[in-house]
Design a binder for this molecule. Structure first.
Ligand SMILES: C[S@@+](CC[C@H](N)C(=O)[O-])C[C@H]1O[C@@H](n2cnc3c(N)ncnc32)[C@H](O)[C@@H]1O
Ligand code: SF4
Length: 386
């Protein structure tokens, strides 16, 4: 088949280990007591990729993302082996976006040169804060100085650099956030992900929050912090394209946009998810075993690790579409939503529009969440989807 005709999909590779567990984090990340056998991990990831290579043989790779956990703990040879394997087993047309999430310690930034040699062209660096006291409170094991130095190193090797910050932290003041964000923007990365701190279930922060020992900024302050964030990013030519994501033109994350646009992807490694379309154009959801040891057991036994594989109902597809697309600045294609059997209540739309939470782009017929709405986006989306 002509490669131009092929439909595209993304590949997500999950590395489930970290050096320590951050108290706010509910990602699938574990502290291993023993030394991690990276060769064994590589073999099993390659095996899981093989499981998908036949299924995806008519399609071509759009992007690859190494996420975690802390994938920058991977030996460069692991990345080399996995990327080589992808090149052998799947179709792709260069250049494709290949991202690695990295923690900003010196040990990890020392590996940037090798990662770049092996094809990684985008790094997403988990800076989280440029305030050392805040970093300590977030349980991070790096300083702001190390983070800045990691970004400087990244500038030497990657054409696309993103950094993550967590704001709306306990006790955070507007002026402090303004100063910290300006400092981060001055690092001149191409992309920035700015997340308001959320209290996730079964985390240390949840315990502290429930016992009243951790108090988050109220809704009004959160809204003000969000507006400051949007404005400052715009001043530095970083444009919002998703509620928490800002980029220079042409540096939007191809990989994440594919999720938000309801594209196809395969996920390998513990706890990864996949969304693929079969020959009858039915959308299939696949969920892998979460626990790294059990994942290993399944992989050895059967060559795949999924514990759930199901055809999604139209209702499910529609709900995912509204949930994902409304987070993007482009918004939701009303016609597509209605074709998926969706219903939009006229009165609700009117009242949310009058209150300034949503707007309709009359040129594209897309429904969008405004800045005012962004801070309560989950609430607005669930109102619309009801
Ligand atoms: C997969 S995670 C972690 C990547 C990497 N291990 C690190 O910590 O830098 C991606 C991002 O999600 C954000 N994040 C994780 N938990 C969060 C929470 N509870 N609230 C807000 N942001 C969170 C952090 O900014 C983090 O960098
Ligand atoms: S935030 Fe990152 S480094 Fe911290 S535990 Fe989660 S995945 Fe690991």
């Amino acid at each position: 088949m002509n490669s131009k005709m092929r439909s595209k999909f993304s590949i997500y590779i999950h590395w489930p280990y970290c050096l320590s567990k951050c108290p706010y984090c509910d990602f699938n990340s574990h502290i291993s007591k023993e030394k991690i056998d990276q060769n064994k991990y590589t073999t099993l990831i390659k095996k899981e990729l093989d499981y998908y290579s036949d299924i995806m043989s008519e399609k071509s790779v759009l992007s690859v993302f190494f996420g975690g956990g802390t994938p920058s703990l991977m030996e460069p040879s692991v990345i080399y082996n996995i990327l080589n394997h992808i090149a052998k087993r799947f179709n792709f047309e260069n250049p494709i976006e290949i991202t690695l999430e990295a923690n900003p310690t010196s040990v990890e930034s020392d590996k940037f040169r090798h990662y770049s040699d092996f094809g990684i062209n985008r790094v997403s660096i988990g800076v989280q804060s440029l305030n050392d006291k805040a970093l300590k409170n977030l349980g991070r094991n790096h300083t702001s100085k190390e983070a800045i130095s990691a970004i400087e190193t990244a500038h030497q090797y990657f054409k696309s650099i993103s950094l993550d910050l967590i704001y709306c932290r306990p006790g955070q003041k507007k002026k402090e956030w303004e100063k910290e964000l300006i400092q981060a923007l001055a690092l001149d990365t191409h992309h920035i992900s700015l997340y308001q701190l959320t209290i996730e279930p079964d985390t240390m922060f949840e315990k502290l929050f429930r016992s009243g020992k951790l108090i988050l900024p109220d809704e009004e302050l959160s809204r003000e912090l969000y507006l400051i964030t949007e404005l400052l990013c715009k001043n530095y030519s970083l444009f919002k394209y998703e509620i928490s994501n800002f980029s220079k033109r042409g540096h939007e994350s191809v990989h994440n946009l594919n999720y938000w646009n309801s594209g196809e992807w395969i996920g390998v490694g513990p706890g990864s998810h996949s969304r693929i379309e079969n020959q009858d154009n039915q959308r299939i959801s696949i969920v892998n075993e979460y626990d790294p040891q059990k994942w290993e057991h399944y992989m050895r036994k059967s060559g795949f690790s999924y514990i759930e594989k199901q055809e999604l109902t139209q209702e499910h597809i529609r709900d995912e579409y509204i949930l994902m697309s409304m987070r993007t600045s482009k918004g939701m294609d009303i016609n597509k939503y209605i074709n998926l059997g969706g219903y939009l209540d006229k009165e609700k739309i009117e009242s949310l529009t009058i209150d300034g939470y949503i707007r309709m782009d009359k040129n594209t017929n897309y429904l969008q969440i405004t800045s005012k709405g962004s801070i309560i986006s989950d609430h607005i989306i669930s109102e619309l989807a009801l």
